[in-house]
Design a protein around this ligand. Structure first.
Ligand SMILES: *[C@@H]1O[C@H](CO)[C@@H](O)[C@H](O)[C@H]1NC(C)=O
Ligand SMILES: *[C@@H]1O[C@H](CO)[C@@H](O)[C@H](O)[C@H]1NC(C)=O
Ligand SMILES: *[C@@H]1O[C@H](CO)[C@@H](O)[C@H](O)[C@H]1NC(C)=O
Ligand SMILES: *[C@@H]1O[C@H](CO)[C@@H](O)[C@H](O)[C@H]1NC(C)=O
Ligand SMILES: [Zn+2]
Length: 473
């Protein structure tokens, strides 16, 4: 009897089920259950696709997608409304002052060195500043993630990169429709279909370029929206072709909108060198001529002088000490932000010495401005059909994506409550084929509980029996 007791005792204490805390066991089980109902997710960004770009062009494929899925009035991007910061908000759900990718350009205020958008992609320490993009979180939780051309793809985060990735070459033609189709074939046919990835982010550089060069109201921009629309048709056809329609959710959105730049004799442009009392000799470091936001680090002891000279110098220029930037913009609380931030009103650009910026359209403006709002569409097995939802913030896309993928989100600034209306109730999303698996799981739980209960009972009886014996002896 005693050897048997010891054997049972050993079995109880070494069994992984009883050794692990019950909570872990339950969450393991939950993750098994979610795996069986999880659909794949494709996040697509069309750079600079303003919320209302479908209003003055025929967009049959976007219209069809809205019938089959969800259309939001618009999304409010994070501020600063430019490409890399905004895309990193999409991937992390954090405001820009919290994720630290504060500009498209990396810079060093000591050495004056600046890197343009493309080269900044490869500065790991710039991107890896405390917030993990969703690819890494998904991979840590056992999912397979991929990314094509999406800002942030090239960087390493806490020693880990998105495992399946394609970074564009230095001088890539972001407008070539044939290239777009080749990339789509790779993502749908190879990554999702053959390699069975769970999540992919896919980036297109248009209609941003057309909006900058020709302005948001130009025929060239409208033509590019037609190209985007054809592309959406192509993507949905490819998904259908590979039998993924019922297993793949698609979110299509953008990083920011686009606004017409006012110039010529129409307006008085903002040119810092012409402002009385302002001198570049007082400036240690400047980031100017890059759209409507400028940044200045005055030399030692010159902060007040520079600030007073600029403040009130132009009716369309807002001059802030870093800590004065309106809290709703979430763009003041990061060590990378220099002490003076300049924000121009819609239509204006912050120029340094001369008006160098020749763009007809630009972005970077206050995210309350309607021209900065981005579009948002979604379709797939977890989404409602033919539903129009209220606007929400870009930070809210991240919790939505984590929810769809069944992963635990990192700390973030978004809320699921503003996007959950676009989802089907959970019961309806799981197909019939989930039921047998759930039943199996339930049986396993009941079985394990029964065995454990029996062993505990044996243990209690044996122990008390032995105790009785030793007391008697
Ligand atoms: C900027 O350059 C200085 C001098 O080389 C260096 O000490 C500092 O770490 C650099 N800062 C960043 C953010 O790279
Ligand atoms: C983020 O970057 C700033 C300055 O570039 C640095 O001081 C800070 O330690 C970084 N934070 C993290 C968590 O990497
Ligand atoms: C577009 O890309 C395709 C495929 O790479 C290439 O063959 C074609 O020459 C490109 N077209 C233009 C106009 O550059
Ligand atoms: C979502 O929840 C947060 C925090 O509870 C709240 O501040 C926010 O107003 C809610 N948003 C909506 C759209 O209900
Ligand atoms: Zn952009």
């Amino acid at each position: 009897m005693l050897p048997l007791c010891l054997a049972i005792l050993g079995l109880i204490s070494s069994s992984p089920c009883t050794a692990a805390p019950p909570r872990d066991y339950v969450s393991d089980l939950q993750s098994v259950l979610t795996t069986s109902t999880r659909n794949k997710l494709l996040l697509i960004s069309f750079d600079g696709f303003r919320w209302d770009y479908d209003r003055d062009v025929e967009t049959p494929n976007l219209d069809k997608m809205a019938q089959d899925g969800v259309k939001a009035a618009y999304v409010t991007p994070a501020f600063l409304t430019i490409t890399s910061p905004s895309h990193f908000t999409m991937l992390t759900g954090r405001h820009i002052e919290n994720h630290g990718v504060i500009h498209n350009m990396w810079f060093n205020t000591t050495t004056q060195e600046k890197k343009q958008y493309y080269m900044t992609q490869f500065v790991d320490s710039y991107w890896d500043n405390g917030s993990l993009p969703i690819w890494i979180t998904a991979q840590r939780q056992g999912l397979k993630a991929g990314s094509l051309h999406f800002p942030g793809t090239a960087a390493t985060y806490k020693g880990e990169t998105v495992r399946v990735r394609q970074v564009e070459p230095r001088f890539y033609d972001h407008s070539n429709e044939t290239e777009w189709r080749l990339n789509i074939d790779k993502v749908i046919g190879n990554w999702f279909h053959q390699q069975d990835l769970d999540f992919v982010s896919l980036y297109f550089g248009e209609p941003d370029i057309a909006g900058h060069s020709h302005g948001p109201d130009s025929p060239e921009r409208r033509e590019m929206v037609r190209q985007v629309d054809r592309t959406i048709g192509y993507i949905r056809d490819k998904i259908q072709e590979h039998g993924l329609t019922d297993r793949l959710n698609i979110i299509i959105t953008a990083d920011h909108g686009m606004s017409t730049v006012l110039r010529g004799g129409l307006v008085e442009e903002i040119i810092l060198s012409k402002i009385p009392g302002f001198s570049f000799r007082d400036i240690q470091f400047q980031l100017l001529d890059y759209g409507p936001v400028g940044m200045l680090l005055p030399k030692e002891g010159k902060l007040e002088k520079v600030y007073q000279a600029l403040k009130g110098s132009h009716p369309h220029l807002h001059v802030y000490k870093k800590e004065e930037v309106p809290a709703r913009l979430h763009y003041s609380n990061h060590p990378r932000l220099p002490p003076i931030i300049l924000i121009a009103d819609p239509g204006y650009i912050v120029n340094g010495l001369l008006p160098l910026n020749k763009h007809k359209g630009d972005h970077g403006f206050d995210n309350e401005n309607m021209d900065m709002k981005a579009f948002f569409r979604a379709v797939g097995p977890d989404f409602q059909k033919n539903v129009m939802v209220d606007p929400f913030d870009m930070v809210d896309v991240y919790p939505l994506m984590c929810h769809l993928l069944g992963i635990n989100p990192e700390i973030n600034d978004g809320h699921l409550n503003s996007t959950k209306y676009m989802l089907l109730p959970k019961e309806e999303t799981g197909g019939d084929n989930d039921t047998p698996e759930k039943n199996t799981q339930t049986k396993v739980v009941i079985g394990l509980s029964a065995v454990t209960g029996f062993l505990v009972l044996v243990f209690v009886i044996t122990t008390s029996y032995n105790m009785c014996r030793s007391t008697k002896a």
